[in-house]
Ligand binder design. Structure first.
Ligand SMILES: C[S@@+](CC[C@H](N)C(=O)[O-])C[C@H]1O[C@@H](n2cnc3c(N)ncnc32)[C@H](O)[C@@H]1O
Length: 219
């Protein structure tokens, strides 16, 4: 943690410690000693909202993982008329951090009347909402492998992919953020019944920063 000032800590239901840290102008949410989200790079978090956007009036968007709110902000900015965004966040303290310290980073998405918040596990919400969503934006780990929580592994296994496919309305799409290339995950998406796409996107703007990957599954 050299160079970081610890601002607060919280635990996930599995007992993993999340920490909110400051390093100069940078704010970072860390897990397992690794940066989970930082305000230094958030281009790909916004791009995933564009890649899975549904232009339908009244579109319903689900964002899994609030983090620092960049994906939620992009989903709101791209929302068609009459649409709504539901953000599902596992850790209540992350919501508090957004209300108190982080909200300004992405223009206070939690204050937007088109957004509603669910505190809980996005895997459970997906299971309980068949046919509900036009776009599902999942950024709860470092990629399509459990990282924040062991329990998240089910989201990326074939059973979880089937649940996610069923949670989409016809013509909808799901996007998964990843810090690494994972061709096997793209094949798994296809085997689960999605039209799978791999997008390599820059972390900062159009052509700056390291590469990230967004896996899109169209229902
Ligand atoms: C990498 S951050 C998300 C970053 C976000 N895309 C942004 O733009 O700032 C991951 C977030 O997912 C949350 N999370 C992890 N597992 C989750 C789950 N099963 N359900 C809902 N949220 C989860 C973490 O607490 C964390 O806030």
């Amino acid at each position: 943690m050299r160079g970081y000032t610890l601002l607060d800590t919280a635990r996930t239901p599995d007992g993993v410690e999340l920490s909110l840290c400051e390093r100069g102008p940078e704010l970072v949410i860390r897990a397992h000693g690794i940066d989970l989200m930082s305000n230094r790079m958030h281009g790909s978090e916004a791009q995933m909202a564009a890649l899975a956007r549904c232009p339908r009036e009244g579109a319903r968007v689900l964002v899994g993982g609030l983090g620092m709110g960049y994906t939620a902000r992009a989903a709101l900015d791209l929302l068609p008329a009459g649409g709504s965004v539901t953000v599902c966040e596992l850790v209540p303290a992350v919501v508090d951090w957004n209300r108190v310290r982080l909200g300004h980073l992405a223009g206070h998405p939690l204050r937007d009347p088109r957004l509603s918040l669910v505190v809980g596990d996005v895997a459970a919400l997906l299971r309980d909402t068949p046919g509900a969503w036009d776009s599902i934006l999942l950024d709860v780990d470092n990629g399509p492998r459990a990282f924040t929580e062991e329990a998240n592994a089910k989201l990326y296994a074939s059973g979880g992919l089937g649940v996610t496919l069923r949670a989409l309305r016809g013509g909808g799409a799901v996007a998964y953020w990843s810090a690494f290339e994972d061709r096997e995950f793209a094949r798994r998406l296809a085997r689960a019944g999605f039209r799978a796409e791999e997008h390599k996107v820059r972390a900062r703007g159009v052509n700056r920063g390291p590469w990230h990957w967004v896996y899109v599954g169209r229902g």
